[in-house]
Design a protein around this ligand. Sequence first.
Ligand code: ADP
Length: 661
Amino acid sequence: MNDHHPVDADTSLLQDGALAPTRTEQRYRAIVEDQTELVCRYDPNLNLTFGNRAYCKSFGLTPDELIGKSILSKIPPEEREAGIAHIRALTQTNPVAISVHHSLQADGSLRWVEWKDRAIFDEGGQIVEYQAVGRDITEQKRAETELLETQERMRLFIEHAPAAIAMLDTDMRYVAVSRRWLSDYRLGDENIIGRSHYDVFPEIPERWRNIHQRCLKGAVEMSDADRFPRLDGSHDWVRWEIRPWRHTDGRIGGILLFSEVITDRVNARNDLEEAYDALERRVTERTIELERAKERLEAIFNHSGDGILLVDVQQGIQQSNDTFNRMLDLGERSALGLSLLTWVHPDDMARINASLRDAASAQHPQGVEARLRRSDGTFIEVEISIAPINRSVYSVTNLVCIIRDITERKQAETTLKLMLEQEKELVELKTRFVSTASHEFRTPLAAILAATESLSLYRHRMSDEQISERLTRIGQQVGFLQSIMEDVLQLSSFQARKMECRPVVGDVARLCRDLVEEFDAQAEHQGRIRCDCPDTAVLVAYDPRLLRQAVSNLLHNALKYSAGEQPVDLQLSHDEQAIRICVRDAGIGIPPDDIKHIFEPFHRADNVGSISGTGLGLSITKQAIDLHNGTITVESEVGKGTSFTVTFPREPERYSAHDLP
Ligand code: ADP
């Protein structure tokens, strides 16, 4: 107090009056006058008796003008009563009091002055005078007000900050707190200002208390996520930052605690992390599964006995396996990017194309057979299964083609079919043979039987001529049976494909002329055949035995199926390419329904009547001409006649130098 009121001690010195008045008074007056504080004295009626220089200046009066003026005139009216009460309260036991009120200045302004009033008593204990020392505290007051306002603003700022903020003093007592703090930590409307942080949160762990202590010593600490176990057994996740706050003089006044309860966020993040982990585990599992499935598929793809292709909608091959490459003997060449149609036989192309399109558009698997060309130009027979792969409900992206080589199967099928046909033909042949044999064999056998019976019964009564006539008949009939048997055997040789064509170069005109001569030599045919053959040699490669039999059969039929007086024409013509032999008669003709079966073994037309025959001659003829790469055609009209034309190529490549005559 003495620092602020240095005149206190001096005034007491003035009071005791122990020192010599003049020098002492002058000395102290000088001290009083030089004081910057306002010093005055006033009587019990509150009228001024003295004012130092500072006081006079403050009120704009000279020391003389000041005497007798009431001190109340310097106090604003509304504060006067309080001022009077304050002075009247001074007693001998309590002679000094401090008050603060406004003082009216000479310029009319008001300033805050802190007054220390002292009552001065006489020996009888009566107040004789008052002394007042005033100190202008206007600036201090303004600073205080400003501080209060600043504090209030800060309090309001903290209170309404959209974050959990607490301001604590060095004893960890709340100075200010934001509403968010109260709500985040579930403190309701509790007024916690002035309370200890550790009373409010007794559960605060030792670790945090240590952090508070470090921050109270100046540290700044923070955590992005810290677990805060609560009293009720639950826990919060908190993100916090603690930094010290300081007084204006730099001293640490406490700490500022910023925090954010991020429990929901952390839980959500944990849930997300768990979900992510679970997802990652599933992805890993699925990846392994997919890898295995891929390996399995690749094994199937690469080791399949079938060719497998993955084809896109533009029909370009995206993937092909080794089997496909081997199947077509592609070697190192790649099938990728090419179309399957590249190897398809031209005749099968339209079908395969349609199947590929159908599989893609109708989304139905398709099965189709085709021929594929290998690198060496040969074709293999394949069975192609085409299946669409649906990438989405709306579009078909790829097709899978599984290609199986069925060449062997096809060959086996063909062989089987051929064998079946042969078997069928054989059965038919046997059936027809049995019926023909029963008919054709019966007549000669009956004749033989009759001749042998008559010989055995009546031989002793017969002449030698009669006996030899019967023996001749038996011989003829046996010969007839033999020729039938030979025809049958020859046909079966053709059927079994045992018959071979052994061509040699020879004169076919000569062959024709010889045949006509042979028929002419038989009495019943004599003069009937008209031969129109070149006189010069017509050289051609042919099998003499087969061609002779073929032409002979045609001549024999022409003679047999026409009346004895009708002529039969044999015509031979030729050019560079072919030989043509035509046998024409004016006989019974062949009905149209029979013409198409006429070359089948044992087939005989309906109109043959009693003319004997086996139905074998024409089949043998046709087989013989087939072996010469030739053709045989027939034109016939019932009742008018028939003409058979045999044509076969000259085939000069069959000639060899030594064959030529
Ligand atoms: P076939 O021994 O019956 O004469 P072919 O095989 O030689 O046997 O002839 C088959 C059938 O064709 C004959 O049965 C006959 O019906 C008919 N045919 C063959 N050649 C003639 C022909 N020149 N005129 C009329 N019919 C014929």
